[in-house]
Design a protein around this ligand. Structure first.
Ligand SMILES: CC(C)(COP(=O)(O)OP(=O)(O)OC[C@H]1O[C@@H](n2cnc3c(N)ncnc32)[C@H](O)[C@@H]1OP(=O)(O)O)[C@@H](O)C(=O)NCCC(=O)NCCS
Length: 309
């Protein structure tokens, strides 16, 4: 039985299904569908050189890698390779082969510092360390039971604040882009992000198949978007927050809580039964907000880094 690694073929449905099935089994706290897999591959900015690798054994997809150059970071030479092997198909060489292929590809593209998310389990961490990586920041995955749990009651927006959905911006999403760009750069991370390309954002984020515009809430202050909470859904009762952010000048007024609470209530009404979110372990305000909603930590991921070349 031989494991091979190859690129996902976006026009082959079985590739996209095998990729998203593997991701869901290995990482059940993140949403993935065949449509989102193909969308990401075909819509990420060309400068990211984004690739999705598949490890296959006797025709069965058993591992995946997402490989990219951090083109939207102000620091050049950074890239990432996030590798997930099906839990029931480990120790067959898939992870090592995916990593080697990813490193060779990114090395040729000038990447000298490689980041990889690793689920905090002894085998995974030992794998990363054997391959020359050292641990860096970490992040929690959190889960909220929307079906059985209780949400804080809906709040009445304070005077001057109105709640809208992303669907209300369908004709002109630029204000949502501006808020996303202003807040994403403040999210704690190993790789600083700066996004300025509206057309690329429309393609990659606004048209993302998991984005649920009706469940995404935007809080306006005096008519201006000030805070938002971005909802992803997979059509199968699972909801995930892709981003919550408040523009700097509006922080500390309860607007992130207000926007996310509205989104969660909408999600529950729409039939979503569980909600996921992920936070850098140092993001104290966001963790405080999520605990207030009743989210519970369900897993931890550690960002590993190694120098290439
Ligand atoms: C995190 C963020 C969304 C918070 O927005 P906000 O509108 O200021 O949040 P709110 O006012 O609704 O609530 C903040 C809560 O965090 C608490 N908080 C603030 N700083 C804190 C800290 N250092 N430790 C613990 N709790 C803290 C506040 O006390 C408040 O809780 P309270 O209402 O019980 O007092 C905002 O800082 C942001 O946009 N950051 C950058 C983007 C980001 O990191 N997003 C999260 C991605 S996962």
């Amino acid at each position: 039985m031989t494991v091979i690694v190859r690129d996902l073929r976006p026009d082959v449905r079985a590739d996209a299904e095998g990729f998203s099935d593997t991701r869901r089994l290995a990482l059940p706290y993140m949403l993935s569908t065949p449509e989102s897999v193909v969308h990401t591959l075909t819509h990420v900015h060309p400068d990211a050189h984004f690739g999705q690798l598949i490890a296959e054994e006797d025709g069965e997809i058993i591992g995946t890698a997402q490989v990219s150059v951090a083109h939207d970071s102000p620091e050049p030479g950074q890239g990432s390779a996030n590798i997930y092997v099906r839990p029931d198909r480990r120790n067959r060489g898939a992870g090592s082969l995916l990593l080697r292929t990813a490193q060779e590809r990114l090395g040729r593209l000038g990447v000298t510092k490689l980041f990889a998310w690793v689920l905090d389990e002894p085998d995974n961490r030992a794998f990363a360390e054997r391959h020359g990586f050292r641990a860096s920041r970490s992040a929690w995955f959190l889960r909220l039971d929307l079906a059985g749990g209780t949400l804080p009651p809906r709040q009445e927006p304070p005077s001057g604040v109105e709640l809208r959905t992303a669907a209300d911006f369908a004709d002109d999403p630029r204000p949502v882009f501006e808020l996303d760009a202003a807040t994403s750069s403040d999210e704690p991370s190993d790789i600083d992000v700066e996004f300025t390309d509206y057309e690329a954002w429309l393609e990659e984020h606004w048209k993302h198949p998991l984005l649920n515009r009706d469940l995404t809430t935007v809080a306006l202050v005096d008519g201006r978007p000030a805070a938002f909470s971005v909802a992803y859904t997979d059509g199968d009762s699972r909801y995930a927050t892709a981003m919550t952010g408040t523009a700097r000048e509006f922080r500390g007024r309860g607007l992130a809580k207000l926007a996310k609470n509205d989104s969660l209530h909408r999600a529950r009404t729409a039939g979503c039964t569980e909600a996921f979110t992920g936070n850098d372990t140092g993001n104290e305000p966001m963790i405080a907000i999520n605990k207030w909603f009743g989210y519970e930590i369900c897993a931890k991921e550690v960002r590993y880094v190694r120098e290439l070349g």
